[in-house]
Design a protein around this ligand. Structure first.
Ligand SMILES: [Zn+2]
Length: 591
């Protein structure tokens, strides 16, 4: 069947019945990673897959998981007062008593800043003290205060009553032996703004002391991972991976029962039209996201790394879709090569001009190191003016509903069945276009232009102190090759030359294998960077530091050493990418 009419039929097939039943079921289950209630959720999900006749596998790997059990803060002195608190996953368990000091901290202005924002504090003012600061406990701030020598950390959440759950481990996935030294070593809690006001007043008094207590259960746990597959017919070895996390904080309806429901509906609809699919759709529901720092998707990336590197066309994440009031598409994550595809689908289905953002080092984007093209994570969001009216502040899910995200209030009314169906349709159309197009609809001209922009920015920052000409020349050579590839690709896409289409697609996968790590990853291919922000083209990012170094400061020499090595990496990687493209071009258009 022709792509456009197949798309139309599949979009018409999407409805709320199957997904909403799952949402209602999951809304009764607190799905801690590896818990009994999560298992019950898996039983529901697999019973539906079975009933629909969809093939699936349940894996049960051991993942490293931290469940918070209890926490509190007590003011010491003549009148002891106890305040409720929550420990984030991977806080240290125990008791710390100490002098209380307040360190103010800026709030994140939006999702883009949310995971990146740190805490500025140094010296004896914080060393050995219990530090109370603003915002949510996240790895970056925790690391900053750890390095400053704080004895314990209290984060004052913006809401007067609600306290957010969270996770502070900077290690991506279950830690390897070599990651262990980088574990969070601090005792950390979140408190409400009301508690925070009292603590800040207390901190203003000379010698005020508090006790912070936490109890967590940290261990290796068997956790479920469900993987279903709808096999393609012409190129079944090539697959698109679409996935989301199964575990939750509290009832986790907006984060992420809706995503689990969306995945089930995708499975149902694609299975129904399976005889028309060219490539394979693989769907995955991960445990270990919230309490194991993406440990499920990371386990999968590690366990099936070679299959993913060889055959995966792209990965797409589903988290916190279909939330109430989330009518906008102005913070949609995608990689540059998928920008036109995603924007076109969203325009086509909603009439909106979507705004893309660079995928954050967060969510289950556990595949950047393998070099997979990726699109979507949180998808739709609540418009800025509505958020302001409701007093919402920046959070990492639930469409931007900060009352619900990682709190007891993430219940059924956080989801919206109509918005859920609309979001599922966006996934259906985007995935179908990748699964069934002759040549993948990925435009690497945009990726190369993006990378060039980053190199230029670094060159400007470094000025005369470092010569970026080799990187710029090499990226321009690649741009020319990719321009030709685009022309050939469009022609092949319109043709019936299956063999050449397949060859072209292999080159597109190879481009992603080189360029995604170049743009998003610091470590080597089969290792994972920490859950801390990675600057674009990280091998050259030291250039920005050069701009802050005075003339004659030997720091500049150290940075230049880094940049010489980084530039070798960049030029060599761009060259490998170009050679792959040129080899293909010679084959299809011999001189
Ligand atoms: Zn989530």
């Amino acid at each position: 069947m022709e792509l456009a009419s197949l798309e139309k039929q599949m979009l018409a097939e999407v409805n709320v019945d199957e997904p909403w039943k799952l949402v209602e079921k999951f809304a009764t289950l607190v799905r801690l990673s590896g818990s009994r209630e999560e298992k019950e959720a898996v039983e529901y999900l697999t019973s539906r897959l079975e009933a629909l006749g969809i093939r699936f596998t349940v894996y049960e790997p051991e993942l490293y998981i931290s469940w918070p059990l209890s926490a509190q803060v007590t003011s010491l002195g003549l009148q002891e007062q106890v305040f409720p608190a929550k420990a984030p996953s991977f806080s240290v368990s125990g008791t710390v008593e100490g002098e209380l000091v307040y360190v103010p901290r800026a709030h994140a202005r939006g999702t883009e800043e949310f995971f990146a924002i740190g805490v500025e504090a140094r010296g004896p003012a914080v060393q050995g003290k219990v530090v109370v600061t603003d915002g949510l406990a996240l790895p970056k701030g925790v690391r900053d205060l750890e390095e400053a020598g704080a004895a314990a950390q209290i984060y004052v959440n913006p809401h007067p009553e609600l306290i957010h759950e969270g996770i502070i481990s900077p290690i991506w996935g279950s830690p390897g032996w070599e990651d262990l030294p980088h574990r969070a070593r601090s005792l950390v809690v979140n408190v409400s703004a009301t508690t925070g006001e009292v603590l800040k007043r207390l901190a203003a008094q000379e010698g005020a002391r508090v006790r912070v207590e936490t109890r967590l259960d940290e261990r290796w746990r068997k956790c479920p991972i469900v993987v279903a597959e709808v096999r393609g017919n012409q190129d079944p070895d090539e697959f698109v991976l679409v996935h989301g996390h199964l575990d939750s904080w509290h009832y986790g309806v907006g984060d992420n029962a809706v995503g689990n429901a969306a995945l089930l509906e995708l499975a149902r609809v694609f299975h129904k039209f399976r005889s028309h699919l060219r490539r394979t759709l693989r769907l995955a529901w991960w445990s270990g996201h919230s309490h194991g720092r993406y440990a499920g998707s990371t386990w999968y990336a590690d366990t099936f790394a070679l299959d993913l590197v060889e055959n995966c066309v792209a990965q797409s994440n589903i988290d916190s879709v279909g939330c109430r009031w989330a009518t906008n598409f102005d913070e949609v994550m995608w990689m540059s090569e998928a920008a036109d595809l995603c924007a076109d689908v969203i325009r086509h289905l909603t009439g909106q001009q979507a705004h893309g953002v660079r995928p954050l080092r967060a969510g289950d984007y556990s595949f950047n190191n393998l070099g997979l093209t990726a699109f979507y994570m949180l998808l739709s969001n609540i418009p800025e003016d509505v958020r302001r009216k409701k007093g919402f502040y920046a959070v990492g899910g639930c469409g931007g509903n900060s009352d619900a995200w990682h709190t007891e209030r993430d219940t059924l009314e956080v989801a919206d069945p109509e918005i859920l169906v609309r979001d599922i349709r966006v996934y259906v159309a985007t995935l179908l276009r990748v699964l069934n197009s002759g040549v993948y609809p990925f435009d690497f001209r945009a990726t190369v232009a993006e990378i060039r922009g980053h190199i230029e920015r670094y060159a400007q920052a470094a000025g005369a102190r470092f010569d970026f000409t080799p990187s710029l020349e090499e990226v321009d050579r690649l741009a020319r090759a990719v321009e030709q590839l685009w022309t050939v690709g469009r022609r092949l896409d319109a043709s019936t030359d299956r063999e050449r289409q397949k060859r072209c697609n292999r080159v597109l996968r190879e481009l992603a294998r080189w360029l995604v790590p170049l743009n998003y990853v610091r470590r080597e291919r089969f290792w994972h960077d920490p859950a801390l922000e990675v600057p674009p083209v990280p091998a050259l990012a030291a250039a920005e530091r050069l701009a802050c170094v005075d003339a004659g400061d030997p720091t500049a020499n150290f940075i230049q050493v880094d940049l010489r090595r980084g530039q070798n990496h960049v030029v060599w990687t761009l060259r490998q990418a170009r050679r792959a493209v040129e080899e293909f071009l010679r084959e299809v258009e011999p001189a």
